[in-house]
Design a protein around this ligand. Structure first.
Ligand code: HEM
Length: 150
């Protein structure tokens, strides 16, 4: 259980939002491979140039993405442990050739995936909660990419 609001450089996630995100992600786990497929289809539809950044097998990439999102979502209860993991992830993304502005594209594709995957369970409150979590994670990744660790 997380009891405090998470604050990182202006990005805030309330305990209720942590709970909403964790509960909804449980419903995504059984459809993770479909979700990953929806995600990459949407991502490459929005920006076809991103395809060139991915050199490996997309099924295994999809599994890594979903398991990292799962680890991050569960790690929100223990932000001190999560932070260095997400910072390392951000630094690796520099090597993958990822640019700051591409985090917005990923946000759009991720929200679309959750909306599609969760169907009738999706609502405005969940959208706000997932947006808050994504802003937090991407801020940590982008800061670490620039050598700024808070
Ligand atoms: C919260 C945001 C993100 C998460 C959780 C995430 C997660 C991951 C994970 C787990 C990997 C596997 C390799 C590793 O662990 O280093 C990976 C690789 C990768 N990600 Fe991300 N990522 C995020 C944002 C982005 C963004 C914004 C882009 C931009 C397009 C991106 C593009 C890539 C690429 C190109 C690779 C390497 C693929 C390859 O090796 O062929 N990611 N990501």
């Amino acid at each position: 259980m997380s009891t405090n609001t998470i604050n990182y450089n202006g990005a805030t996630v309330s305990p209720q939002q942590v709970e909403l995100v964790q509960e909804s992600f449980i419903k995504v786990v059984p459809i993770a491979s479909t979700a990953a497929e929806i995600f990459y289809n949407k991502l490459f539809e929005i920006d076809p140039e991103l395809r060139a950044l991915f050199t490996g097998d997309m099924r295994s990439q999809g599994r890594k993405l979903m398991s990292m999102i799962g680890a991050a979502v569960n790690g929100l209860n223990n932000i001190g442990t999560l932070l260095p993991i997400v910072q390392d992830l951000g630094r690796r993304h520099v090597e993958y050739g990822v640019k700051d502005e591409q985090y917005n594209t990923v946000a759009t594709a991720l929200l679309f995936t959750l909306e599609t995957g969760l169907g009738a369970d999706w609502n405005a409150e969940l959208k706000d909660a997932w947006t808050a979590v994504y802003v937090l994670l991407s801020s940590v990744m982008i800061d670490a990419a620039h050598g700024l660790e808070n």
